[in-house]
Design a protein around this ligand. Structure first.
Ligand code: ZN
Length: 606
């Protein structure tokens, strides 16, 4: 191959049945002292050390004459090749069997990879442009496979195998690649080509997806005033049961449930489809917020170890606020449907006593070891910077609107952040973030920011929602699966609660979480215990709440549970469920002023 490029990668899904990619890395001018290469320990957007290098199965190096070179491993993810004259070539195989949006997956039905899993970084040449040959697996079976990526393509036809290129390593690892026999759905938003590819078996209505996604994409482009990319791709893996998304500069990798996608002829928005649209909206909004408007410590990314920022409440929280509210503002769901989602988010936050122990800034900073590594005690110990962060966004949006008589909103903050930090790609510090918020507010809101970001006080949601004609209501959870967001079923008797979350187990009802100060904890039950009987009657996840209800009015009830293989008996106090379930309603009596603010907030034209 006559290759003038200084760094060239060739990747071939050589053994789909063994889940192995073969990668060749050719370095025209290696470090004369011995070239160092490494794989990242984490992938931007997913804040956990994943040690992708563990999937490199074999690796060897050779010089320009093809002679083998010694290669030393320096740490878990870094290698150094022996010094050589002329160019250096590395050949390695990568095991790809992680069906997630974060890594790589290869079988005889499709191939998928993130650059962070397969492309070794050439130390000292981060800014050197590179080319990538993506090759088709051998055999008749793969003749119809195509490639979907926003990595810039040198071929005449997009979706082809062949030559791609990247300006630097940062770009190389920010365009995941999908290959296979996928469904391709193309559409335009504000004149910019967009596409969704669906991999996996599905029955989705492509025209409906194109129509609905166009509205979401145009809403976000209009909010910021411009799109930051020349084309955009939604890569979607459709599975029986799965959910996830990861943002990139001009694409996103998604995983969704088959049954969440809309069928032809059905124009309703199911809860599952609303969820999927919210996911698409979330990742698309990230194209501006976190891919370009970034925490200063991410410019550039330090990918060999944890990179801490207290700002994820702004990047994940604000994005989580906009993902759902944009659905009502662009007319895909009615106001009541949005308020149901918002009520569920508030319920999630106020149910966890972790919110009284950890601030959203602390949650952001410690995400590597806490939010991303949740254990059974998580509800008692941490608060989500996604959920509470989205409520901080709501508080700021409503505060700005009511203080400026509807003149300003969080949208102005996003535009200012985009113009000052996103477009120049300079990174934003915590101080700069708060300065922009104060400035757009038109007054000093430091006290509010202190409370929202650096205290565990509850947010003033009820007061602020009342100002836009929305009633905030609390009730008891009717069952363990009650997520809130609606008025619930009318019940004559107050529901009881053990203060736990259940999961299934062949023996009975397994306790996944035991909430601080709840009845179960007071009685000595622990997460992991499997409750098998209530007052001597066999219990399951399905019937345990009914069995408990038989003991209403008593002081205690006897529960039998296995802890490991030991049978234990507990005397559990009978307690009413706490009022920890929120639902929101459009107020019937609304002053003209509040109605005007509400319509502007929800994007309802009068
Ligand atoms: Zn996100």
């Amino acid at each position: 191959m006559n290759d003038t490029h200084a760094i060239h990668y060739r990747i071939i899904p050589a053994h789909p049945e063994a889940h192995l990619f073969e990668v060749t890395l050719h370095i025209e001018q290696p470090d004369s002292a011995g070239q160092v290469v490494s794989l990242p320990a984490w992938i931007p957007g997913s804040y956990m050390i994943r040690d992708f290098a563990k999937n490199i199965v074999t690796i060897d190096a050779s010089d320009a004459s093809g002679k083998g070179l010694a290669i030393d491993k320096l740490d878990k993810q870094t290698w150094r090749c022996a010094p050589c004259h002329g160019s250096l070539t590395l050949r390695y195989t990568v095991y790809a069997w992680d069906l997630s949006v974060r890594s790589a997956h290869l079988d005889t039905t499709h191939g998928y990879f993130n650059g962070t899993s397969v492309f070794l970084r050439v130390h000292g040449q981060d800014d050197t442009p590179c080319t990538v040959s993506i090759e088709r697996p051998e055999g008749e079976h793969y003749r119809s496979w195509q490639v979907a990526t926003t990595l810039p393509c040198d071929e005449r036809h997009p979706y082809s195998f062949g030559r791609y290129h990247a300006a630097d390593y940062d770009e190389l690892i920010d365009h995941p690649v999908e290959m296979g026999d996928f469904t391709l759905i193309e559409f335009e938003a504000r004149g910019i080509p967009h596409a969704m590819v669906l991999t996996g078996r599905h029955y989705a209505d492509s025209a409906r997806l194109a129509r609905d996604l166009t509205r979401i994409c145009e809403y976000h482009i209009d909010l910021f005033g411009e799109a930051p990319f020349q084309r955009y791709l939604f890569q979607t893996m459709v599975v029986g049961n799965g959910y996830g998304g990861l943002e990139h500069r001009s694409s996103t990798s998604l995983m969704c449930n088959r049954e969440d996608l809309p069928l032809a002829g059905d124009d309703s928005v199911s809860d599952g489809y609303r969820n999927f649209l919210g996911l698409c909206s979330h990742e698309y909004f990230h194209s501006w917020n976190v891919k370009r408007i970034k925490p200063d410590v991410f410019v550039p990314y330090e990918l060999s170890r944890e990179s801490h920022t207290p700002l994820l409440w702004a990047f994940e929280g604000f994005t989580s606020f906009y993902d759902d509210i944009s659905l009502v503002r662009c007319g895909l769901i009615p106001a009541e449907s949005y308020l149901e989602l918002l009520g569920q988010t508030i319920t999630r936050v106020i149910r966890g006593s972790g919110r009284l122990k950890q601030t959203v800034s602390e949650s952001s900073f410690d995400t590597w070891t806490k939010f991303y590594k949740q254990d059974e005690n998580a509800p008692n110990a941490i608060v989500s910077y996604y959920a509470k962060g989205s409520l901080v966004a709501l508080v700021l949006d409503l505060t700005l609107r009511s203080n400026s008589d509807g003149e300003r909103s969080l949208d102005d903050v996003m535009r200012a952040l985009w113009q000052r930090f996103g477009k120049p790609h300079s990174g934003v510090s915590p101080e700069q973030m708060e300065r922009v918020l104060n400035e757009i507010a038109g007054e000093d809101i430091s006290a509010l920011l202190d409370k929202a970001l650096r205290s565990t006080d509850d947010l003033p949601l009820e007061t602020l929602l009342a100002q836009v004609g929305v009633d905030y209501k609390l009730r008891q959870a009717s069952s363990n699966s009650d997520k809130g967001g609606n008025a619930g079923k009318e019940s004559k008797q107050a529901p009881l609660a053990l203060g736990v979350r259940y999961g299934t187990d062949p023996l009975g009802a397994k306790l996944l979480n035991v909430f601080d100060n709840g009845a179960a904890q007071q009685a000595g039950l622990s997460a992991g215990d499997v409750v098998i009987a209530v007052d001597g009657i066999r219990a399951t996840q399905e019937n345990i709440e009914k069995l408990l209800a038989n003991h209403r009015g008593k002081q205690h009830v006897a529960l039998h549970a296995f802890r490991r293989d030991e049978l234990m008996r507990f005397s559990v106090p009978i307690q009413e469920a706490p009022e920890d379930t929120v639902y929101l309603e459009l107020a019937e009596q609304t002053a003209k002023e509040a109605l005007r603010l509400r319509n502007a907030w929800l994007g309802i034209t009068e």
